[in-house]
Structure formats: C-alpha cells, structure tokens
Design a protein around this ligand. Structure first.
Ligand SMILES: Cc1cc2nc3c(=O)[nH]c(=O)nc-3n(C[C@H](O)[C@H](O)[C@H](O)COP(=O)(O)OP(=O)(O)OC[C@H]3O[C@@H](n4cnc5c(N)ncnc54)[C@H](O)[C@@H]3O)c2cc1C
Length: 503
C-alpha cells in the first residue's frame, strides 16, 4: 500500500519504518497500542493502515489522545545517551540483565508464514495477538515461498501444490458458509448480523484445515528488551532462512528505539550447533522402523503423590514448619482430612478466579498429537514447557465432519494427497523447508508439561463453547486424563463437556 505525503509524515512519528514488514510501533499511549494490536485478529489491514484509521477516525477520539501524548516538544537526546552509558555499564558490563526488562517494544510483524509465527511465539515471555483463521478469510495465493525451494527443481511443485490448496480453500469457503447456515439455522432470538458473522466464522474454522503452513499472516508482539534479545538470538540461530531474515529485521527495527539493550543479539553457535548435533545423535539412536500409532492425548508423566504434595504445600504456606515435618504429618492424615484442606483452599473460587499459586507444585506431562491448526491455538498458552517436533505428514491428517457432510471429502483428500507427495519429494533435498507445504489438517506432536494451576485456566478457556471444536476435544481429554489419576484434584477444574461447533 502506498501512502500520501501527509500520511507518511503522520506515520513517521509512530512507526520505525514505512515499508518493511517488521517495524516497531512507538510514541503512542499504551492503550492505543493495545487497540491497534487487538485489531489484527479480525481486521485484514496492515498495522500502519489501521493506525492511520485510528488517528483520522472520530470514533475513539484517539487522534487527540495521541497529540496530547506525543507533542510535548521535549528533547530526550541527552537522556538517551546517559541511558546508553548506564546500560553498557550495568547490564552488558556486570550482567545485571533484569534491568533490560523495563524497556519494552511493540513490534508489528506482517506477511510472515504461519510456520514463522509459531517459531516467534515459542518465546513465552512476551505478548502476542495474531490474525485469526476464524474471523478472516486468507487471501488467495498469499504464501511464503522459500528461496531454496523456489531456486531448485522443486519450485514448480511447491507453487502448484500451494496454489491448489488456496484454490480449494477459496472455492469451499462461500459454499461452506451456505452449508453451515443450512445445518445451523438462525434461531429466533439471534441477531441477523451476529448470525452472519458466526456462520462465516464456522465456515472458516472448518476450511482452515486446507491452508498450508506457508500461508502469510500478521502478528503483533510486545515484549521487554531482555526477552526480545533472546528471541532475536534464537531466530538468528534458526535453520530456516525466513526465521533468520525475521531475526535480522527485528533487530534492525528494535535497535531504532532500544539502541543498547538488543545490540548484542546475534547468531548463537551453542543453539545452532547443539540442535544439529542432537538431530544427528537422535537419528543414530532411534532404531525404530515404524512410528507406533499415538492417541491425541496421552498423559505420560504425573506425580502419584500429588494429593499429599499439594496438601503439604498448602499447610506450609500458612504455617512456619519445614516441608518434611509437615509431609510426615500429612502422610498420617485420612483421605477425608486431606480433602478438607484442599476443599478449603479451592471452594471459594468465583467464576473469574484462578486458584492461588500452590497448585503449581503439581505437574503433568502430556504427549499431544493434534492437527496443526489446533496446535497453533494451544501453543499460545505460555505458562508451561513445550517441546515441539517438526511438522511432518507422517502422522496423517484430520478431516472435519462438515467437509464430508458438505460433499468436499474428495477435494479435501486430494489436497492432502498432494501435500504428502510434495512433502515427500521436497523433503528429500530440503527436509526443513518442506514443512511449509504441510496444511493445517496434518497432525503434529508436542510434549506439554503443565502445572495444575495453568491447567485450570487452559481447560476452562479451551473447553468452552467459544473455541474451535478440535482443541475443545483436546482440553476435554486432558481433563479426563487428570480425573482418572487424581479425581479429587480434578473436581475443581471447570470443564465444559458439551460438543458441537463453536458459538
Ligand atoms: C475463543 C478464543 C478466540 C481467540 N482468538 C484469538 C485471536 O484471534 N488472535 C489471537 O492472537 N489469539 C486469540 N486467542 C488466544 C488468546 O488470546 C490467548 O492468547 C491464549 O488463549 C493464551 O491464553 P492466555 O493469554 O490467557 O495466557 P496463558 O499464556 O495461558 O497464561 C495464563 C495466565 O497467566 C497470565 N499471563 C501469562 N502471561 C502473561 C503476560 N505476559 N502478561 C500478563 N499476564 C500473563 C494471564 O493471567 C493468563 O491468563 C483466542 C482464544 C480464545 C479462547
């Protein structure tokens, strides 16, 4: 999009670059940045375009707010130089790194692949808002083309395959809207506009399975300088060109507003070297000749002593005795007495309350195999440890029931067959780049270690009727697994067991 001179003058006050697809948004009241970044979920415009709309629009009177915030006429150059000296001495010189957390940047990231958003969001000490696959229809044939593939004999195959996905996605969407309207007619109490938008959202939820990981999307990221430095380091040490390009651009742009604290972010031979060596070692250690079929949700590790551990931690908090002394007392308590302690701690929780911290002492590890589309959503929960396997076609794909009912099963399966063929062909030469051709329908494995407190939040939010059916099933199954091993601890988790399309 090209801007007028007047618009460029306006934008230059608030964005670190006028053309690049990664830039920092600054010099705005914090709540205006939050509005702007919130828009990315449902609005297809770029952050710059939305910012202009916000400034010019009368709706929120944000233009005046920005004027009041930005036009104070102070010259900060001397202060900036003093700050640089301070940071060089204390953070870089002495390693007092936590100070860097007080410098924050809001980064607009546009036209990067879905694959890249997941790599960026793997940095959990940051805040993100991403273009929704539920509320937005993705533009025809807008996908990332990895140079290595495009310059090789696989270029045509890659393009043909991705174009085929987008042709089908764009063809199916309007028909799917009609289909879901027939299947879920408007109820008398439902507003017509709401019904239109929910029908479109349902159709997008179903059709998104065809989109490839190469699909271009937008992402808003806010993080402190310490977390950004680490994120850039990881990006610059990544095996894929796109991630390294993003890391380079992110560094260039963030340096414009945080000139000292991210300047040493660089390629890290430890990260890159270790990943390469571990991949090689793993290949040699794994002597399997087939992948054993896995369930979507498998609880692989949990603490059989969890009830006692939690009761001990709770009593510890409100007493002055050592943990081991309390634990020996808890061991002698009856089940009923232990349950009373846990009851007392959890029974007052209101609808919007989260349990207090002590639940974090109880951990569960789940091996989750889920379609990549749903993985995208679950990955966003940051209070946990996630270990990702790369995207592949080897675990097969999921097919939404509505695709079958609406008569698109053959088209869908043909797309998936094409994906398998292209992936297998491209991965012979470019195993990492081949991930881009994989549609969101394919299953991906991730190991999640969650604590019981985060599981309360995750299960409540992700089993609710507002969510995508695919991850709702996962949240429900995660709950079932906890209930099997720790029925009493599961009692206070709010789970919605209903099924059906998102509300
Ligand atoms: C129906 C639905 C639609 C959604 N649509 C979109 C969408 O269009 N686009 C999109 O990008 N996301 C979307 N999301 C994802 C959502 O916004 C969250 O990012 C995601 O669910 C992770 O949950 P969480 O933010 O509560 O935090 P978690 O990472 O699970 O953390 C748990 C809790 O810890 C606290 N916490 C964690 N990190 C921070 C932090 N940095 N600062 C302050 N508190 C923190 C919060 O209290 C948080 O609730 C959607 C989610 C749902 C359920």
């Amino acid at each position: 999009m090209s801007f007028s001179q007047e618009e460029i003058t306006l934008l230059n006050k608030h964005v670190s670059d006028i053309e690049k697809n990664i830039y920092v948004i600054y010099n705005l009241p914090p709540e205006v940045i939050a509005v702007l970044f919130g828009y990315v979920s449902r609005n297809p415009l770029s952050f710059r375009e939305n910012l202009l709309k916000l400034i010019k629009g009368k709706e929120l009177n944000i233009g005046r707010l920005i004027d009041a915030f930005g036009n104070q006429g102070f010259d900060y150059s001397e202060a900036k130089e003093k700050a640089r000296q301070f940071h060089e001495r204390w953070i870089i010189g002495y390693g007092h790194s936590s100070v860097a957390e007080h410098a924050v940047a809001s980064i607009a990231i546009e036209d990067v692949s879905i694959l890249a958003t997941k790599v960026i969001e793997d940095n959990r000490l940051a805040s993100y808002t991403e273009k929704s696959t539920r509320y937005q229809i993705f533009d025809k044939s807008r996908y990332y083309k990895p140079k290595k593939i495009m310059d090789s004999s696989h270029g045509k195959l890659f393009e043909k395959t991705c174009n085929h996905f987008f042709d089908n996605y764009n063809e199916i969407i309007p028909k799917m809207i009609e289909f879901v309207k027939e299947k879920y007619p408007r109820t008398k109490d439902m507003d017509e506009n709401f019904y239109e938008s929910i029908s479109k959202a349902r159709a997008c939820d179903i059709t998104r399975y065809i989109l490839p990981a190469a699909t271009l999307t937008n992402l808003a990221m806010t993080a402190n300088a310490r977390a950004i430095e680490h994120a850039i380091t990881k990006l610059l040490s990544h095996p894929l060109d796109e991630m390294r390009d993003i890391g380079k651009l992110m560094k260039e742009e963030v340096l414009k507003i945080i000139p000292t604290l991210v300047k040493y972010a660089d390629y890290n031979p430890y990260i890159d070297g270790t990943n390469k060596a571990m991949e090689e070692l793993t290949k040699n250690v794994m002597k399997f000749n087939r992948i054993v079929e896995n369930k979507p949700v498998t609880l692989v590790e949990f603490d059989p002593d969890a009830d006692d551990k939690l009761v001990t931690a709770l009593l510890y908090r409100y007493s002055k005795y050592p943990y081991s002394q309390i634990k020996s007392l808890v061991k002698k308590m009856s089940q009923k007495e232990k349950e009373k302690v846990i009851d007392e701690f959890l029974k007052r929780m209101g609808k919007h309350d989260m349990p207090m911290r002590e639940l974090e002492h109880i951990n569960y590890t789940f091996d989750i195999m889920i379609d990549y589309g749903a993985f995208r959503d679950i990955q966003r929960h940051r209070i946990c440890t996630q270990t990702n396997q790369e995207l592949t076609v080897e675990h097969g794909f999921d097919i939404p029931q509505e695709i079958i009912e609406a008569g698109f099963e053959n088209k869908f399966k043909e797309c998936m067959k094409m994906a398998v063929g292209a992936f297998n062909e491209i991965s012979k030469e470019f195993p990492k780049e081949a991930q881009y051709v994989v549609p969101l329908a394919f299953r991906k494995s991730t190991l999640f270690t969650w604590d019981l407190r985060e599981l309360h939040h995750f299960i409540k939010l992700r089993s609710s009727m507002e969510g995508h059916e695919s991850y709702r099933k996962i949240a429900q199954q995660v709950f079932d697994e906890i209930e099997k091993v720790h029925p009493f601890l599961a009692r206070y988790i709010r789970v919605d067991k209903s099924s059906g399309p998102a509300r």
